[in-house]
Design a protein around this ligand. Structure first.
Ligand code: TXA
Ligand code: MG
Length: 452
């Protein structure tokens, strides 16, 4: 069985997927209303989403778009359905899944009302539906957890989010069950931000019947995972689509943010794992710190993180490139902004002269994200544009696509489509840039500092 792609693409306007929500506006912002109802005005959208929803209700897998990345979904209330996710992705059995809900009613069936403390309530109100996952204590009924241990891997908490992508919310609402879904990549690969990425990884596995195609994801990196269950602490376990700064602003507005050195006294300290909270070897051996234990986001090519710094004690871009290009006919992919220090340096040294400058002048207008092939020394180079360096959201949206395109989609001069090494230039860590750097650091096997 090869996966079937069910198209639910936007029609006349970017947000018209062939249905509307009664009582709720389509994002960018809508409230986490109590009950979501879907009203179709396109037969194709209705047929495809109903087919996918019925498959989910039958305990089977469906891949679907969210605003962050595509998810590989299964009913979150049935252990056998959830187990199919681990099998299809080849996911380690101790890495818990996030549960997706369409509305507040669905959340309240999974979580005790009094488990939602003021900090969690503030974050839900501000960021749901949207790219934020919150941990909640697992609720039990007659001594058994409502969300089976196949989903939580026996953790005492369950991660839940309400995605803002209209297709994700409509699908969950039609299935009328919460949906467990990790990113829909094969384990260890870059997360998928299009239906084609999902198809590449899982389309021929024989384990995934349907992929709902809703176009490219807008956020492009996964949700921010926050643990606010302990009083006095809001811990960002994984940076993602909601920035740490935005979380701080909301807590501050609601007078829930404790000053860094002050005692918490009913307020909470905002802590970022790996920054304010020291990295813990013990925690990293357990799977509970998202994305810490396992190899992540890796294309076939090796990935090198390149930091450009000013100074005399670091090698120049030219000498670094000479080292990389030492192997004859090396195929080198570069992921960077088109106004970045690395790009400016490559423009100067790549041949033919001016080829990169001409591409950069019109690549955004022509939606041409990859450069023509250029050469340096005996190697070939292809650049994938992450946009301009001031635009961290664009870098986030393009990161995983860039890794996948450079890894497998470029036809090099020798007609090969594989790439030897991908250089990714560091971006600023403000806003969603923190999530971008977090993913790049995990994908990279090496970090190199060069002088620009
Ligand atoms: O944006 C997203 O979050 C996407 C879309 C599909 O919603 N999903 C996603 O799932 O990124 P996944 O499985 O690739 O990453 C979820 C991370 C995992 O690293 C897991 O370890 C962590 O969240 N996680 C899940 N439940 C947890 C829990 N109870 N405690 C700590 N970490 C948890
Ligand atoms: Mg993932």
């Amino acid at each position: 069985m090869t996966s079937t792609i069910l198209r639910v693409l936007p029609s006349s306007s970017a947000s018209d997927f062939g249905f509307t929500f009664a009582d709720a506006s389509i994002p960018p912002r809508s409230e986490p209303i109590s009950t979501l109802r879907v009203a179709f005005h396109s037969n194709e959208a209705e047929q495809h989403l109903q087919q996918a929803a019925a498959h989910l209700r039958d305990g089977e897998l469906v891949a679907f778009p969210t605003e962050t990345v595509y998810g590989l979904g299964a009913c979150a209330l049935h252990a056998d359905a959830a187990r199919k996710i681990y099998d299809a992705k080849n996911r380690p059995a101790d890495n818990p899944l996030i549960v997706h809900v369409s509305d507040r009613d669905m959340l309240e069936r999974l979580v005790e009302k009094d488990a939602i403390n003021p900090a969690m309530d503030a974050l839900i109100t501000a960021f749901w539906p949207g790219p934020l996952t919150l941990l909640f204590p697992v609720r039990t009924k007659k001594g058994k957890p409502i969300v089976p241990t196949a989903v939580t891997c026996g953790q005492t908490t369950v991660g839940i989010r309400m995605p803002s992508h209209p297709i994700a919310r409509a699908l969950i609402s039609l299935a009328n069950v919460p949906i467990a879904a990790p990113s829909a990549n094969a384990s260890g690969r870059p997360s998928p931000t299009s239906a084609a990425h999902v198809f590449t990884d899982l389309g021929h596995s024989g384990k995934l019947r349907y992929i709902v195609d809703g176009g490219a994801c807008t956020v492009g990196v996964e949700s921010t995972v926050v643990d606010a269950t302990a009083p006095g602490q809001v811990c960002v376990l994984r940076p993602g689509g909601v920035s740490v700064e935005a979380i701080g602003d909301v807590l501050k507005q609601r007078q829930l943010l404790a000053a860094p050195d002050a005692p918490s006294q009913g307020q909470a300290h905002l802590l970022v794992y790996g920054k304010d909270m020291a990295r813990s070897a013990q925690q990293e051996l357990a799977p509970t710190t998202p994305g810490m234990k396992y190899r992540h986001y890796s294309p076939q090519a090796s990935v090198i993180l390149v930091r450009c710094e000013q100074g005399d004690n670091v090698p120049s871009v030219a000498s670094f490139m000479q080292h990389i290009a030492a192997q004859p006919n090396a195929r080198i992919g570069v992921l960077c902004a088109i106004d970045s220090p690395l790009f400016v340096a490559l423009k100067r040294i790549a041949h033919p002269q001016r080829a990169l400058a001409m591409w950069a002048a019109q690549c955004e207008a022509n939606a041409k994200r990859t450069s023509p092939l250029v050469s340096y020394d005996q190697s070939q180079l292809c650049i994938y544009s992450l946009g301009t360096s001031a635009n961290a959201a664009m870098a986030a949206q393009r990161l995983f696509d860039g890794l996948r395109v450079l890894d497998a989609d470029i036809v090099w001069d020798d007609k090969q489509q594989t790439c030897d090494v991908i250089l990714v230039e560091a971006v600023g860590e403000a806003g969603v840039g923190l999530a971008v750097m977090n993913r790049v650091q995990k994908a990279a096997t090496e970090t190199v500092v060069v002088g620009c």
